[in-house]
Design a protein around this ligand. Sequence first.
Ligand SMILES: [Zn+2]
Length: 156
Amino acid sequence: MTPKFLADGMLGRLSKWLVLLGFDCRCVGWKGEADAALLEIAQNEGRIFLTRDANIPEVKGLRKIVLPMQALEDQIRFVLRNAGVKARREKLFSRCTACNVELDQVAKEEAAPLAPPLVREAQTVFFRCPACKKLYWNGTHTANTAAKFEKMGVFG
Ligand SMILES: [Zn+2]
């Protein structure tokens, strides 16, 4: 089974990149929630807890990964290695980076009027977040990000 993650509030960037890779990752704690509350969410939802805080207590039945490094790319590799999982290319950009939910593919006729003119002409495949309704498409921005992930060697 693909692992799910809960990143504490310090790891917002890491969380976003894990979501870009297609992993289910919630980031909680940026509102100042107590550690105990975060651990409880992780446990209830069966998520691996990601933190940079080595003092987070052990909780029975809860898996956590303490990240000793600061560099984002190293963190991504470390998380995947410790979770025993590889990213999959077909899952890339499959979730909304704001809501962490899977995107729906939408018909071009439906999506195109909502997209900027240049995008409308160039793209044929569109996706939409069912929660926030944000429209997504693949373009140079996603190609650049995908190339970064390839260079990181995160794919299985
Ligand atoms: Zn969304």
